[in-house]
Design a protein around this ligand. Structure first.
Ligand code: C5P
Length: 214
């Protein structure tokens, strides 16, 4: 696990952008674990499964997905939608759903594809559950209002017809579920470095993180 960097944190904290930049910097494989939850969430939605009513069926779906997983699945643009994010957060509440994709995530971290020499994992439990022995762990966060504003700007840029109040309400709902769920609530690993990006640019956060790795 020597060449693994974990970056956890809440939605729209900047962790995805930072994780990608750090992976580019070291030429490491970038694994967005949220996208795996989004894939399961979208599949559940397409199958008209209500995660809270059918967690066992969702877990079977997650197991099948992990057995047939292929990286090109992560390119589906629908994974970026708010619906996929909400569904991801709903399916991720169940321990057996999480367990179904644990080996896949560990495998990709320890044996990164494309002969990369290391991996950067981005998610909620990368430093606490997936790779607790990773030598470099970060928890990237920011105030909720700021994160909602960033997400709103991102959706507007994409051309989505959405108002800020709706984005803020969705963010509150997702934070509430992710931070307060009984199963693997979002939290920093004990040895994670906390990066608060509320008043920090991506470049400032990036150089702070790189300094603590080099
Ligand atoms: O990071 P992203 O917004 O894509 O994650 C979508 C949802 O997937 C999160 O709100 C969270 O509930 C879930 N998730 C998780 N564990 C991870 C990554 C994502 O529970 N490692």
């Amino acid at each position: 696990m020597n060449n693994i960097i974990t970056i956890d944190g809440p939605a729209a904290s900047g962790k995805g952008t930072l994780a990608r930049k750090i992976a580019d910097h070291f030429d490491y494989f970038y694994l967005d674990t949220g996208k795996i939850y989004r894939l399961i969430g979208l599949q559940a939605h397409q199958a008209k499964l209500i995660p809270e009513d059918n967690p066992d069926d969702v877990a079977i779906m997650a197991k099948t997905l992990s057995q047939n997983f292929d990286l090109t699945m992560m390119d589906n643009p629908e994974l970026k939608s708010d619906l996929a994010g909400q569904m991801a957060s709903r399916v991720g509440q169940f321990q057996h759903v999480r367990d179904a994709i644990l080996d896949l995530q560990r495998h990709l971290a320890v044996h990164p594809p494309a002969n990369k020499k290391g991996a950067v994992l981005d998610g909620r439990d990368c430093g606490t559950v997936i790779c607790p022995e990773a030598p470099y762990k970060f928890f990237v966060t920011a105030d909720q209002d700021i994160r909602a504003k960033r997400r709103f700007d991102e959706l507007k840029l994409r051309g989505d017809d959405i108002d800020f109040e709706t984005v803020l309400a969705d963010m509150k709902e997702r934070d509430d579920r992710d931070f307060n769920r009984s199963v693997v609530p979002t939290k920093p690993a004990d040895d994670a470095i906390i990066i608060d990006t509320t008043n920090m640019s991506i470049d400032q956060a990036f150089s702070k993180m790189i300094k603590s790795i080099d």
